[in-house]
Design a protein around this ligand. Sequence first.
Ligand code: AMP
Length: 397
Amino acid sequence: MPAFRTLDDVQVNGRRVLLRVDLNVPMENGRVSDATRIQRVAPAIKDIADKGGKVILLSHFGRPKGRDAKHSLKPVAAAVSEILRRPVAFAEDCVGPVAEDAVARMKPGDILCLENTRFHPGEEANDPDFVALLARLGDLWVNDAFSAAHRAHASTEGLGHVLPAYAGRTMQAELEALTRALEQPERPVAAIVGGAKISTKLDLLGNLVSKVDTLIIGGGMANTFLAALGKPVGRSLCEQEKVTAASEVVARARTRECEIILPIDAVVAQKFEARAPSRVVAVDDVGNDDMILDIGPRSVEHVVSVMARSKTLVWNGPFGAFELEPFDTGTIETAEAAAELTQAGKLVSVAGGGDTVAALNAAGVADRFTYVSTAGGAFLEWMEGKPLPGVEILRAS
Ligand code: AMP
């Protein structure tokens, strides 16, 4: 465990705990349509409440420009209450008299959700005056929002400068998983990077080549690497202007003794749609009208053999256009193999990033990985090797 202060290091009984959570959940028709994020923070809320702490929930919700009803956390607070099966009070502001009165009424074990922090410009500006107003409401600050930790906002970072700061249970689990995956991993370490475009993942690739033993590249972005090697890519998604950048990643990997694995065969089709007629070809034989939409069976075998000789796997991005059957096959088969190795105790598998979670859920393997992070931007910035302000502030120095 890295040197982070956690809920194990603090007495919360009778104290006002400002708990930063990520309640930025998807809504449909005024109701929460995916409660995963609420379920993930439920343990920290219960933990503090059961120990007699007064739980004061802080979160942003969407990107409001000032106060507006559409971005109110009120319906989300109701969903939190349903999931916890406990009353959750709501205050129509996160600072000032409304919030202060609501906090003053709390008894040990009570839960209160404050209104969207982004209704105040001081939140994103990390304005010290706004931080001071928030800090008046609590005796300590617990950050359980890893997914917002790449932002230095008042409630995600600023509070840590003025109140005693601790990692919540989800944050703690995330930090432990990430540490096992890249900071102090069991070697050999393999990383899978897939997804659409290399342009969004250059920083990530640059960091990984210096940290992992094997870098497996798949998805649309592999096409740019294949083009860099002079392979035909037909009408595939390929960023010609990034061919040089791809060659640089390969050259850098060589100096770092990081092996790069690219597809050796591909599933190609002439239409980008589900069940489009397709065939398997070697990467040397992609035709002018072909689009590479998935890795082929020999590539799957190769990836599985690399995973089998690795002890740790970090995964971001699908191997193909997984939303369209049957171009999800490469992602499903490799994910299934990673899940089996994990369950057999042979592999630590950590995955994350928006589409990756969707792909692993579609493959039905997410709960058999060691850890799947629901954080999007924060997970990617961590993979890029960037310090996350909301994590750095929790270090026990
Ligand atoms: P990202 O958000 O960068 O992880 O990219 C995920 C997206 O990449 C998904 O929507 C996939 O459908 C897409 N993708 C993966 N492989 C391919 C491919 N070979 N051609 C086109 N799109 C792809």
